[in-house]
Design a protein around this ligand. Structure first.
Ligand code: C5P
Length: 222
């Protein structure tokens, strides 16, 4: 078990990417592989934590000794995270949650019609689960960690997002063409609401996960 340990702690991690259905066969999704969230789950379990992994559409095997809750949509992810968070010491939102979902769902497959242009797809906002958990803090002293992918002004945008979401730590990484999504490695800066700034050099997703748990463990009181 790596130090500092998380023995006796309950941690909730969201991983993967949500899928918002348009009809029975189509969805709006994203390229999140779930690898970072799964690395967080494995490393937390190795430190002795009880781990709930709310997992949105990954193509990955269940990590040993982890309670995996499979979900599809942002709404399902929200329900599962809110439920698991009630007694959690830390909630880490590593999932890529769709910001928008189709305003309506067609119960039958949407068909193309001869000579007709397709209907535009209307979207509505999904709830911001990270901001909601950070505002609610169902357990006193609970730590809330978010992830942010930024393409420019990474630190400035990261600080603004940390404040907007109200979380304790925000893992910010710079995304480009081949960077981060689906990759085996990750490079990031972990920003703290206390003003801290912890750079994590490019390396395995487990290394970033271990840094997150070091920072979480250091901030958990009693
Ligand atoms: O606002 P943005 O999507 O960049 O924020 C990313 C962070 O917020 C991630 O931790 C993600 O899991 C979380 N998030 C969320 N609910 C949303 C959108 C993002 O919890 N609807």
């Amino acid at each position: 078990i790596r130090e500092p340990a998380l023995a006796g702690r309950h941690v909730v991690i969201s991983a993967g990417g949500t899928r918002e259905p348009l009809d029975p066969v189509r969805f709006l999704g994203n390229r999140s592989s779930g690898k970072q969230g799964y690395a967080l789950a494995r490393t937390a379990a190795a430190r002795g934590a009880r781990v709930t992994l709310v997992s949105a559409n990954p193509q990955l095997p269940d990590p040993a000794g982890v309670d995996v809750v499979p979900v599809g949509t942002a709404k399902e992810l929200r329900e599962a995270v809110v439920k698991a968070a009630t007694d959690a010491d830390a909630v880490v939102m590593a999932a890529a949650v769709a910001d928008f979902r189709p305003a309506s769902y067609a119960t039958g497959k949407i068909k193309k019609k001869d000579g007709q242009e397709p209907e535009p797809v209307a979207l509505v906002r999904n709830p911001d689960i990270l901001a909601e958990i950070a505002a609610a803090r169902p357990r006193p002293g609970q730590l809330v960690v978010g992830f942010a992918a930024e393409t420019d002004d990474v630190l400035v945008n990261g600080r603004a997002k940390l404040a907007r979401k109200g979380c304790d730590l925000l893992v910010v990484n710079e995304v480009g063409e081949a960077k981060t999504f689906g990759a085996e490695e990750n490079e990031a800066v972990v920003l703290g609401a206390d003003g801290s700034e912890t750079p994590v050099p490019n390396g395995p997703k487990e290394a970033l996960a271990d840094t997150v748990w070091d920072l979480v463990a250091a901030r958990l009181v009693s």
